[in-house]
Ligand binder design. Structure first.
Ligand code: AHR
Length: 676
């Protein structure tokens, strides 16, 4: 029987043409064939040479939810330092929230809030202290964020903007005291000028306490104005002024995240159009920042702003991943704690040019030369060098409406045109499937958006059952950023299900570019969203067991994935991956040359796996093995923070060996291929 090719050839009269045509057809077949090979390689099989995977895979998601910023990571100890709290934050809040008037020793005076001549128009409220009789001191007391924690021997930077409106200029005394008046430290600010001026003083605490209050008093009659009353520990993370809490900064840094997404979450697209996060309001001197309410039902001083986020990323060696709103507000605007929800609203199209310029200016702020308009502002804040921005997210879980799509496209096109090297991340709704997910993906592929942001908060079973989710994703469309995920709990069963899923994320690190657990931080007594990765109060930090899973995966990332290194067995019978309770992955880190095996046993029995490293040539038999495990389904808490944590020991291996994985455990074996 003649083949199609032969029949095709017969119709041609000329041998030369026939020869040429045959060559073309053979070439076509070769290309087709190699295409099939490529497809096989990309579908998670047959990686003899290893498959390149993202070197930015595991990072973190920071959002000011659960008091993550003010009262949390941001080291400011004074609550409502600028008297900007209002009932748009919370119905029982006002400019005096966390403050009270002090009248000691028969002092007589009043406090009121003024807005007529502020330090900066964007920071309108300040206090007028009217002292009729000084007594033993008239002034203000601040209770901090659930009290002010102090450490004996530590220094604290106090700062205030003040002016003497009338009366004799007299010293202001600042002191940190207990509830019954014990003074831990104090200092004096000499007489005040008639104009707004910033006064600073350093005080050393003589005690370690968790619930001090700050008092600022005068003993002379007169009228004073006060604003931006602030207290920071001198020791902050990396000793930054206006910096982060040292212990929280460190526990985040210990995750060694490859990137930090900020500032959210829903916070980005805000509660109504007036509440979009505007990065330009968050930079420059803190007294000039324009504060606003937080969609999670409290207040953002924005002392932790975009400069501080970029600097924090640099301090911890992570790439910055800012997210801006897609010029629409959150579809849930006007939620349970607000009256009269507005839902999703778009910035008027007539104002889109301005909004787009703000997004372009952000990229210039991060990367532009000091001679550029926004690069010079970065330099003014003390950072002339670029922050090396590579990624920007546009939108967060937005409803896929025509209003959203129109605005997204305008922003996306402008960024692509001006900054073609920046990787734009789009959004595909709040769930792992459904209408917004499908429409979002279709839109992403129409626009060739480089990466899209998937979110899912699902139960542990979902994570176990979805380990093949990315095996069949189209390799020629947009890549994936798993921007928010968590398995709805902080017990070991939750964490181990995340670990099992993460092996599959690593296996698919060619299509999944980035992944971050969410949310990151939660303060005791202010937790609106559970689970979270790290719990804290004013003095302690408790990394969850989920944190340790993230950490051991993050510090053990690679950039090439290898298949068929680990095979499964049980009582001597070799099993397929589907029959085994093991979830595994093998990567190599090209920087160190190390091979890293991740072996997750989600079963309640010991399970053995065969490991064959012959493909890698020479290996060092002295490996290390990190194990995270728990026999019972327990969790870490603030009162019991060390229930579960990883233990690393030396581990001797050979090129071919059997690893016995204990029940309900994550093992990470790190093997050197360089001999010294
Ligand atoms: O992570 C908490 C919230 O969950 C985020 O703000 C939002 O994007 C998601 O719905």
């Amino acid at each position: 029987m003649e083949t199609t090719i032969e029949l095709f050839q017969k119709t041609f009269y000329n041998d030369k043409i026939r020869l040429q045509l045959t060559c073309y057809i053979l070439l076509y077949c070769l290309v087709l064939n190699s295409g099939i090979c490529m497809a096989q390689t990309q579908n998670g099989k047959n990686f003899q040479q290893g498959k390149p995977i993202s070197s930015d895979l595991f990072g973190i998601f920071f959002e000011d939810i659960n008091y993550a910023a003010d009262g949390g990571l941001y080291a400011e100890l004074i609550q409502n330092r600028s008297f900007e709290y209002s009932l748009s934050d919370r119905t029982d809040w006002n400019p005096f929230t966390a403050w009270e008037l002090i009248k000691d020793g028969y002092g007589i005076g009043t406090i009121s809030v003024d807005t007529s001549t502020p330090i900066q128009p964007g920071n309108p409220h300040y206090v007028t202290l009217n002292v009729e009789k000084g007594g033993d001191g008239v002034g203000l007391r601040n209770s901090g964020f659930d009290g002010i924690p102090l450490k004996a021997g530590e220094n604290y930077n106090f700062s205030v903007f003040a002016r003497q409106v009338s009366g004799i200029s007299a010293p202001l005394e600042v002191k940190l005291v207990s509830k019954n008046g014990k003074v831990y430290c104090n200092a004096f600010i000499p007489g005040l000028s008639k104009e707004w001026k910033n006064y600073t003083v350093i005080m050393k605490s003589d005690s370690t306490v968790s619930d001090a209050t700050l008092e600022l008093v005068t003993r002379n009659p007169g009228i004073l104005n006060l604003d931006m009353i602030s207290l920071f520990p001198v020791k902050t993370f990396h000793n930054r002024r206006n910096g982060m809490r040292e212990d929280l900064g460190k526990v985040i840094a210990d995750l060694k995240p490859k990137f930090v997404r900020f500032p959210g979450g829903c916070l980005v697209h805000g509660d109504g159009l007036n509440n979009l996060y505007r990065w330009k309001n968050t930079i420059g001197p803190v007294e000039q920042r324009i504060e606003q309410s937080d969609i999670w039902g409290y207040h953002q001083s924005l002392g932790l702003g975009f400069f501080e986020y970029f600097q924090f990323c640099e301090d911890i060696g992570a790439k910055p991943l800012p997210v801006v709103a897609a010029a629409v507000s959150c579809q849930n605007s006007g939620g349970s704690w607000r009256v009269g929800g507005t839902g999703q609203r778009g910035i008027p199209l007539t104002e889109m040019n301005q909004y787009i310029n703000d997004v372009l200016d952000l990229i210039e702020y991060a990367n532009g030369p000091v001679t550029s308009a926004w690069g010079s502002k970065r330099a003014e804040s003390g950072h002339p060098a670029s922050f090396h921005l590579e990624y920007i997210g546009i939108g967060n879980e937005d409803k896929q409406t025509p209003e959203f799509r129109e605005r997204f496209k305008l922003i996306y096109d402008a960024v692509k045109a001006k900054y073609p090297k920046i990787t734009v991340i789009g959004t595909v709704g709040p769930s792992p499937n459904g209408e917004d997910f499908d429409m979002g993906w279709k839109f992403a592929n129409e626009l060739n958006i480089p990466v899209v942001d998937e979110h899912y908060y699902m139960n542990p079973g979902w994570f176990m059952n979805n380990r093949k989710r990315y095996d069949t994703y189209n390799r020629s469309g947009s890549k994936v950023y798993i921007g928010e995920y968590a398995s709805q709990g902080n017990t070991w069963m939750n964490a181990i299900s995340e670990a099992a899923f993460m092996t599959s994320v690593e296996r698919n690190g060619d299509i999944v570019q980035l992944a971050s657990y969410a949310p990151l931080l939660a303060k005791e007594g202010h937790t609106q969203w559970d689970p979270d990765l790290i719990y804290f109060n004013n003095t302690s930090v408790s990394p969850s067991v989920n944190y340790y899973v993230q950490q051991i995966f993050s510090v053990n990332q690679g950039d090439t994935f290898y298949d068929h290194i680990v095979t499964y067995q049980n009582s001597g019978n070799v099993l397929s991956e589907n029959d085994s309770t093991m979830a595994v992955s093998c990567v190599k880190d090209s920087k160190t040359g190390d091979i890293i095996l991740k072996l997750v046993n989600i079963g309640k029995k010991k399970t053995s796996v065969n490991i064959n490293l012959t493909r890698f040539g020479k290996i060092n038999p002295n490996a290390v093995c990190t194990i995270l495990s728990a026999a019972v389904d327990t969790k870490n808490t603030l009162s019991n923070p060390h229930n579960i944590y990883p233990i690393t020991t030396d581990y001797r291996i050979s090129k071919i060996f059997v690893y016995e994985s204990i029940p309900l455990s994550v093992s990470i074996i790190r093997i050197k291929t360089k001999m010294n």
